[in-house]
Design a protein around this ligand. Structure first.
Ligand code: UDP
Ligand code: MG
Length: 138
């Protein structure tokens, strides 16, 4: 049965800075997912606190804010059958040092050792998260 979903993807500031927007977008489009909307955004602390509401009390949260405000990011609205788990699979594990080769984080991600894990891409992990996060960026 068709299960059309919509998800939020962020190409994080390291991805923009390193000129990887095209290659990351190509992975998503080549897989077959549809790009519904795209915008470049300089994230505010308010947007990040809403987007990362589950992490605001973690000790590494200030590092996330520094990382995610270090330059513009690119927000994508992407849709397709089972796109939420599909883009998570394309993205790979959180830690780019050990993320599987063949994934976006595994192939392009480079952890600089800064206080936040720099890993190029965010994607929603459930339909509820997608709805919440899409409202932050679009
Ligand atoms: N993060 C971090 N340190 C940690 C855990 C997470 O800097 O110990 C950052 C990292 O950039 C990650 C984001 O916070 O992508 C969100 O964390 P989550 O555990 O939800 O990972 P994701 O879903 O992005 O794989
Ligand atoms: Mg997450």
């Amino acid at each position: 049965m068709s299960e059309k979903q919509t998800t939020l993807v962020l190409i994080k500031p390291d991805g923009v800075r390193r000129g990887l927007v095209g290659q990351i977008l190509a992975r998503i489009e080549t897989k077959g997912y549809l790009l519904d909307d795209i915008r470049m955004v300089q994230a505010s602390e308010e947007q990040l606190a809403t987007h990362y509401h589950e992490l605001v009390n973690k000790p590494f949260y200030p590092g996330i804010v520094r990382y995610m405000t270090s330059g513009p990011l690119v927000a994508l609205r992407v849709s397709g059958h089972r796109v939420i788990e599909g883009v998570r699979a394309l993205s790979g594990a959180t830690d780019p040092t050990t993320a599987a080769a063949g994934t976006i984080r595994g192939d392009y991600g480079y952890d600089t050792g800064s206080d936040a894990i720099e890993n190029l891409i965010h994607s929603s992990d459930s339909p509820q998260s997608a709805e919440h996060e899409l409202a932050v960026w679009f």
